[in-house]
Design a protein around this ligand. Structure first.
Ligand code: FAD
Ligand code: SIN
Length: 517
């Protein structure tokens, strides 16, 4: 099938939905999403959204906290934009129906997380993302100009390349005309022509064996832009969350929000001793890169596979009211967090880098915008400050919406785009080839390109990845498309970009930590 839409939005998390709600007054919007509409990292966000709401907090304090966490590599302009627009964007989120917890006085019950000098995290218990996703989806579903199609897997962006023209990397002459999309309901590959395309496909946590990210987070948008010869940056800065629940049988890993440390939770080794004071004066509330590295170091030196988060000193009523989801989840595996310490390990959590965008969310490809975790605005630098990502998605989707609606009247559909050539063989044995390769790359990345890296480990990872890349391209070129194969290909592209950028960065900074051996 061929479709023509004014705004094509790929992804139905906070970035895609908030953009769609903004541009819908200016044209027809089609949101495509590869799973159920609600499935996204957004849905699982726990801690909340950082915003400056009241004094004694101030934009300047939040700006400084963000710059410090970013270890000198933030783009200060992007930081100032994001933080100074935070209050407005959060108010809009509330207008779209999101409920944040309040105190009995009526003021927002603001929480604190690592690296924040003030209490500034708006939250809905410990399931803030679920509440945001609910409100945005309900609003989008009611909008007459928005259509949401589920089980639609975006395979590739359409550019001059598909018209047979030769394009060279990063020339700024590349244009986006829409996307080829695999309709998983009937296995057809549809052509979506669009005047404006927004990539809001989220993170890439599944390049690692242990991640808090849902299975949809396979870096598809990043890989599509790489193939389309757009620019990506900062991919080496992969944030590991210090505290995911240690429960090896469970994938993805269940998050234990940093807000629990903000409320008084303390990290301890298995024999019950505190250790964070050896690493940073902010102890358990130091920025994430420091805490994750400290835990990794303690586990390696002691030969243990987890540490503990001790929340027993937090008031029971606070636990039940603020963290009911975590309380119930831990009880399920026999841990009563009011009496027992929680076993935790670091897990891959957030991609600080991604598709390079300007201050209006425009990528290096004409008429292609990007927002949310797949993009790189410069806000996070070498390490993201907790709870800044939901905010970034809102701010940059808003800016992308304003910019794209100004341009849309001058853009025409590229009707000469050909349909996808769907020839290929169906190979029944493909699934085991694919799932085995996914496991292999996850192990390579976890062992060689994780919290601690070295030149030797990066070189090894690169060489091992090369073999899997060649095998996968061969498989891809002779098979009909299935999402798992496309995802494998995209994961490999993400691994390649992470390793290449990690190899190029010769000094330790933020989340990129190098040892000599
Ligand atoms: P997502 O919400 O991940 O949405 C991506 C969408 O794209 C999904 O709908 C997906 O199905 C779709 N998609 C992907 N590929 C394709 C494709 N090829 N074709 C079609 N559709 C596709 N951040 C905070 O600020 N505060 C928090 O408290 C917080 N807690 C977190 C807790 C967890 C467990 C996790 C995993 C993350 C957390 N984060 C938090 C990070 C934050 O949730 C994410 O960065 C943010 O939600 C990303 O939003 P997004 O819209 O960019 O992507
Ligand atoms: C958390 O709740 O600890 C996650 C917050 C974030 O990733 O920003």
């Amino acid at each position: 099938m061929r479709y023509e839409v004014d705004f094509l939005v790929l992804g139905s998390g906070i970035a895609g939905l908030s953009f769609a709600l903004k541009v819908a007054q200016h044209g027809k919007v089609c949101i495509l999403t590869k799973d159920d509409a609600s499935e996204s990292s957004t849905k699982y966000a726990q801690g909340g959204i950082a915003a400056v709401m009241y004094s004694p907090d101030s934009y300047e304090k939040h700006i400084q906290d963000t710059l410090i966490a970013g270890a000198g590599l933030c783009d200060e302009k992007a930081v100032r934009i994001t933080i100074t627009e935070s209050t407005e964007r959060v108010k809009e989120l509330i207008e779209w129906g999101t409920n944040f917890d309040k105190k009995s006085s009526g003021a927002f019950d603001l929480a604190r997380e690592g690296g924040h000098s003030e209490f500034r995290i708006l939250h809905h218990q410990d399931k803030t993302g679920y509440e945001i996703e609910r409100a945005l989806l309900e609003s989008a579903k009611q909008h007459p100009n928005i259509i949401i199609k589920e089980n639609q897997y975006a395979v590739d962006l359409i550019t001059q390349h598909h018209l047979g023209e030769k394009v060279t990397r990063h020339l700024n002459g590349i244009e986006c005309y829409g996307a080829y999309v695999l309709n998983q309901n009937d296995n057809s590959i549809d052509t979506y022509l669009a005047k404006i395309t927004l990539l809001a496909t989220g993170g890439n946590g599944n390049v690692y064996s242990t991640t808090t990210n849902p299975i949809v987070a396979t870096g598809d948008g990043q890989a599509m832009v790489h193939r389309a010869k757009g620019k990506l940056a900062n991919m080496e800065f992969v944030q590991f969350h210090p505290t995911s629940l240690y429960n090896p049988a469970e994938k993805p890993s269940f998050l234990i929000t940093e807000a629990m440390r903000g409320a008084g939770g303390i990290l301890k080794t298995i024999d019950g001793k505190t250790f964070m004071e050896k690493y940073d004066e902010r102890k358990s509330l130091a920025p994430r890169d420091i805490v994750a590295r400290a835990i990794d170091h303690e586990m390696k030196v002691r030969g243990e596979d987890h540490v503990f988060l001790d929340c027993r000193d937090i008031e029971k009523t606070e636990i039940i009211n603020h963290f009911p989801n975590i309380y119930a989840k831990c009880l399920e595996i026999g841990v009563n967090i009011t009496k027992d310490m929680i076993p935790v390990v670091p897990a891959a959590h957030y991609a600080c880098g991604g598709i390079v965008v300007d201050e209006n969310s425009h990528t290096t490809i004409t008429n292609l915008y990007s927002s949310g975790e797949c993009s790189c605005t410069g806000l996070h630098g070498a390490n993201r400050l907790a709870s800044n990502s939901l905010l970034e998605a809102l701010v940059f989707s808003h800016r992308g919406a304003i910019d794209s609606t100004k341009k849309i009247s001058q853009i025409k559909f590229k009707t000469e785009v050909p349909d996808w050539n769907a020839e290929g063989m169906v190979l029944n044995e493909e699934m085991v080839l694919i799932s085995q390769s996914v496991k292999e790359i996850q192990q390579i990345m976890s062992n060689y390109v994780g919290i601690v890296r070295s030149e030797l480990r990066l070189k090894r990872a690169f060489e091992r990845l090369g073999l899997i890349y060649r095998e996968t391209e061969e498989l891809y070129n002779r098979s009909v498309l299935i999402p798992k194969l496309c995802e494998l290909r995209n994961l490999i592209a993400n691994c390649y970009l992470i390793i290449r950028m990690a190899k190029a960065r010769k000094e330790s900074v933020g989340l990129h930590y190098l040892v000599k051996y």
